[in-house]
Design a protein around this ligand. Structure first.
Ligand SMILES: [Zn+2]
Ligand SMILES: [Zn+2]
Length: 189
């Protein structure tokens, strides 16, 4: 019998608050209906450090996550407190392999405007981390950016955009996500 991977792993890359990781894990389970396991801290992603920019290359981290992902993992989400860049952006909140297995998010730039709040009354950093995690995991399930500004798949140009949207999918994105997830979980061997 072929055992198909069904777990979403969270890989802390550096010191992250346990409560933050737990909230992100709960939020992912709520949205994707999958089991989420938090791995031990994998340490700072020094292998991805660009010494000139003093930032970490998200592409390099994605490649590393591919190796770190346990065999029963359908996706792996790296969460790091360090600042990320990609070759085409000066900095990124996160990056994902579109339709792939790996994604990484950073809390480095998500802590501003501490007075803003959200419907659940969570501190903004946690709420932003949750949205960023769901957004990037959405990309790994083949979702593109959505024009609905309330939808978690809306492209955030900054923290204001990120705070405006909800931590869940609009109905069309949700349908597509469930359809693609079925493909990831049940059709591929
Ligand atoms: Zn995106
Ligand atoms: Zn949408």
């Amino acid at each position: 019998m072929v055992v198909r991977p069904k777990i979403i792993y969270i890989a802390p890359l550096g010191d992250m608050e346990e409560e933050h990781l737990r909230c992100v894990a709960e939020s992912i389970t709520e949205q994707f209906g999958l089991r989420v396991l938090i791995m031990p801290n994998q340490g700072p992603p020094d292998y991805a450090l660009d010494a000139r920019r003093l930032q970490y290359n998200s592409n390099v981290i994605l490649k590393r996550l591919m190796v770190l992902c346990p065999p029963d993992g359908v996706k792996i989400l790296g969460v790091t407190p360090f600042d990320l860049f990609s070759p085409i952006f000066a900095h990124v909140f996160g990056e994902a392999q579109f339709g792939g297995k790996c994604t990484v998010i950073s809390s480095f730039r998500l802590g501003g405007n501490p007075d803003s709040s959200n419907a659940r009354g969570c501190p903004p950093l946690i709420s932003r981390l949750e949205k960023e995690a769901i957004h990037e995991l959405g990309h790994t399930f083949g979702l593109r950016h959505c024009s609905d500004p309330d939808c978690v798949m809306h492209y955030s140009t900054g923290l204001q955009c990120a705070d405006r949207k909800f931590a869940f999918f609009c109905p069309p994105c949700r349908d597509l996500m469930l359809w693609n997830m079925a493909g990831d979980l049940f059709l591929k061997v």
